[in-house]
Structure formats: C-alpha cells, structure tokens
Design a protein around this ligand. Structure first.
Ligand code: 8X3
Length: 254
C-alpha cells in the first residue's frame, strides 16, 4: 500500500468518520492518500485496507507534527493536489454562562488553528501542483448558532471565515478553496466525543431521525467537489439529511 501514484491527497482526521470514508473514496478514485490522524492503530488498519496510501501519525494542533507531515508529503513521488482539512470536532453543549474554557480552547485549536496550520504547511506543495484544492470541513454550525452550541458554533464560524478569507487571498493563483457544511451526520464518534462518552446523550441527537447523513454521504460530496474541472470552484456545499429542514427543524419518528 505504499507505492506512490501521481495524484496525492492529504486527509486529516482520517482515522474515523468522515475522514476515513473520504480516504477510502479518494483511494477508490485513484489518489495516493496521505492519511493523517493521532491514533496510529486505526490509521494503520485504514491504510492497509487501501490500495495506495501513506499513514502519518500527527496531531494537527502540533507545530512539530505538522512540519513533519509536510516533509513526508514533500518526499512522496507525485503532485500534491488535494488537502482535506477534516480533523475537528465538538466538546460539550453548555450554555455560554457555564462554558468550559478548556473545551472551547480545544475546539478552537483543532477546528480553526489546525486548519490554518496544515493549510500553511501544505500550500506551497498544493500550489506547485498547478491544480490544488483545499477542502475545509466546517459545519452548518459555521452558518447558524444554537443554544448550547456556543463553543462549537464560534469555532466553526471562525473556520468558515478562514476558508472565505483564504479564497480571496488565493484569487489568481491555482489553488481553489471549497467549504463543506454538513448538518446532521451520524458517525461513530462525533456525538459520543461531544458528550464525553455518554452514549445515551449521543444517541438522543439522532433519535427518531429517518435517516441522518452518514460519513460516506459527505465523503461523496468532498470527492465530487475535488474532481470537478479545476476552473470550477464549489465555494460552499450545505448538506443536510432530508429529515432536517433547518438546524432546529428535525422530523423525528418517536
Ligand atoms: C455538526 C452539526 O448540528 O451538531 O457539525 O452542530 S451540529
């Protein structure tokens, strides 16, 4: 699984959920996938299941890890055409008045600064390919706020602002910026992690929803945006399940 092919795609947060599904679909589409995550065991089993992939164990909140990532990517044989900034997540659902600042700090570090750090590190390689694409996995939480979502919505709004700023600044250069804003996606870990491992609270998020989106649905969107002709820039895709007409308008069969 380590033979490099010519088109290289880097996916952060690749050990699970949308990241893992995206790595699989990019692999199937012929990319050499550089799968990035903190958890070595999950990353290793993903990469061995792919036809052409490289695992890099790295934390997007670490300068040292990300500079090592860019060295590994620069050393691969091929052109670096795609970066999927997928690493991210939510912690907690407390109102602002009782915000846990360490949760907020983590959400800003991974969603916002993680995206900036990895983007900065790989931008020269993406530009050198002559047809770079940077995908930013934000959220509908980056477009609208909701009670109890303060830390997450603030971080996702900031991440969205970074994506839009970057698109302005890269105008005239051969790197496009795509923002993906999913609504309710049921993955193995998102809600469980948000609620500190409380499976019951996590399950309540999706209770009675026929049917939430799954990781493969979003991976499909990412691969679609990244495989349009390079002059086609999908600025933003807002993707919700049929049962979710808006953030608070969720049809549940209970
Ligand atoms: C996840 C969407 O509705 O939980 O990014 O904020 S939501």
């Amino acid at each position: 699984p380590h033979a490099a092919t010519s088109r290289i795609a880097v996916v952060t947060g690749a050990s699970s959920g949308i990241g893992a599904a995206t790595a699989r679909q990019l692999d199937a589409s012929g990319f050499h996938v550089v799968a990035v995550a903190r958890r070595a065991d999950l990353l290793k089993s993903l990469v061995t299941s792919l036809s052409s992939a490289t695992a890099v164990v790295a934390d997007v909140t670490s300068d040292a890890d990300v500079s090592r990532l860019s060295e590994v990517v620069a050393g691969l044989d091929g052109s670096v055409e795609l970066l999927v900034n997928n690493a991210g997540g939510a912690l907690g659902a407390d109102p602002v008045e009782s915000a846990d600042l360490s949760d907020w700090q983590w959400m800003f570090d991974v969603n916002v600064l993680g995206t900036v750090r990895v983007t900065k590190a790989l931008l020269p390689l993406l530009e050198r390919s002559g047809r770079g694409t940077i995908v930013v996995l934000s959220s509908t939480a980056g477009l609208i706020v909701y009670e109890g979502g303060g830390g997450y919505t603030a971080a996702k709004h900031a991440q969205t602002a970074v994506a839009e700023t970057l698109r302005l600044e890269l105008n005239g250069r051969l790197v496009r910026v795509v923002e993906i804003d999913p609504g309710m996606v049921k993955t193995d870990e998102f809600a469980v992690k948000r609620f500190g491992g409380d499976a019951e609270q996590a399950a309540a998020v999706y209770a009675g929803v026929e049917f939430p989106l799954v990781a493969e649905d979003i991976a499909d969107c990412i691969v679609w945006t990244a495989t349009r002709p390079h002059h086609v820039n999908i600025d933003r895709l807002v993707v919700r399940p049929l049962a979710q007409a808006a953030q608070h308008k969720v049809h549940r069969v209970l």
